[in-house]
Design a protein around this ligand. Structure first.
Ligand code: ACO
Length: 342
């Protein structure tokens, strides 16, 4: 049987680091408010000409290095983002070009904070079916060019940051009953609540799609009903985490590491309390990067490897919740990437 393990991982954060104090230059906010309500201390913002595909390609280069592989070894690219470089085509084909891969397929996924979980699940299905052996899975965002940095948009703008992460999923053969890599994935959506966290314009539902009025209104900035989203996150995270554990016959105590999507430190702490997992087993880096949406989980996975938080045979659960609403989880029996074994 084919199963998917992580062969390498990488991250890229733009050089420009913005502290909470920096934000006070543009909006009425304070370092204290942002830290207390979200846990964020700083985030990175991309600069002119630095697109999502550039960031993803940089993260991919590090992942290839860790995996001791070359771009020509990749067979398929999946890229998750809500902030693609261009309206069309998707950013996946740009990464194919930047890395100089052969004419392999490139698929863009638009599932916001759950984009990376959805992408991992798709990559896992390709590997399980035997269609591909090595799939590059990317998540990245360039939020900063589309944020309302005035006081009007401070609830959202104080949370978001730019960055990208990459994971190379590779096929391994396992015997019946043997566990390696991704054990189970669970994906959900509830479009009924699309207006609770969305960016309405420009969109193809409007004719024409772009007008001077659209540019002058505030509907091209993301909008969020913060508390409403917060309460749904608190319900859906534990649900989808338990779904993964039950499907595989495990209990919370069996987990070695939980990597949640990093939207708000308070959400992470609430969820940890709810499912009764100690914070020592919960990975967080929202303090440094804010919410990098599709980029968050591959950045976390990379840092968990760098910080030695993942050991061979650890049981790892990752989960996300975000706009759509969409949410999901992936349970993994972690295998040290072969190129890192002593
Ligand atoms: N600085 C200072 N004050 C602020 C700021 C800010 N940056 N932002 C909001 N406020 C004010 C509000 O205007 C409000 O003032 P008022 O009481 O005078 O009206 C007050 O602070 C409280 O606002 P709330 O929105 O009620 O604050 P809350 O404690 O809920 O925190 C937050 C807001 C951080 C956005 C929180 O609701 C949250 O994290 N929600 C969920 C986010 C999430 O999980 N999103 C999903 C992933 S993102 C994705 O999918 C793309």
């Amino acid at each position: 049987m084919k199963r998917s393990i992580v062969l390498g991982a990488g991250k890229y954060l733009p050089e420009c680091r913005i502290t909470n104090d920096d934000l006070t230059r543009w909006m009425d906010t304070t370092d204290e408010w942002i830290q207390q309500r979200t846990g964020v201390k700083s985030r990175h913002f991309a600069t002119e000409g630095e697109g999502v595909a550039d960031m993803c390609a940089n993260a991919a280069r590090d992942a290839l290095k860790m995996a001791n592989m070359e771009a020509k070894d990749l067979e398929f690219i999946i890229l998750a983002t809500l902030s693609p470089d261009y309206a069309m085509p998707g950013s996946g084909v740009l990464v194919q070009k930047y890395l100089g891969c052969e004419t392999i397929g490139a698929l863009d996924v638009r599932n916001q904070c759950s984009g990376f979980i959805y992408s991992l699940s798709v990559a896992d299905q390709f590997i399980r079916s035997g269609m591909y052996k090595n799939v590059l899975v990317l998540g990245g965002e360039s939020h900063s060019s589309g944020l309302d940095l005035s006081t009007r948009g401070r609830d959202i703008s104080a949370m978001f940051g730019d960055g990208a992460g990459a994971v190379i999923l590779g096929a391994v053969d396992v015997e019946e009953g043997e566990e390696a890599g991704i054990l189970t994935t669970h994906l959900h959506s509830e479009g009924h609540f699309l207006r609770s966290l969305w960016c309405e314009q420009p969109g193809s539902i409007f004719r024409p799609r772009m007008t001077p009025e659209i540019f002058n209104n505030d509907r091209w900035f993301p909008k969020m009903k913060g508390r409403f989203v917060f309460t749904h996150a608190l319900r859906r995270f534990p649900e989808v985490m338990n779904e993964a554990l039950e499907a595989s016959g495990y209990k919370v105590d069996d987990l070695d590491l939980f990597i949640p999507h990093q939207a708000n430190l308070r959400i992470i702490e609430f969820v940890a309390r709810q499912i009764e997992i100690p914070m020592e087993k919960v990975f967080t880096n929202i303090q440094k990067y804010g919410n990098t949406t599709a980029g968050t989980l591959p950045i976390c996975i990379t840092e968990a490897i760098e910080e030695n938080r993942l050991k061979d045979d650890d049981l790892l659960l990752i989960a996300s919740f975000g706009a759509g609403f969409t949410w999901g989880s992936v349970l993994m029996r972690w295998k040290t990437p072969p190129a890192l074994r002593g």
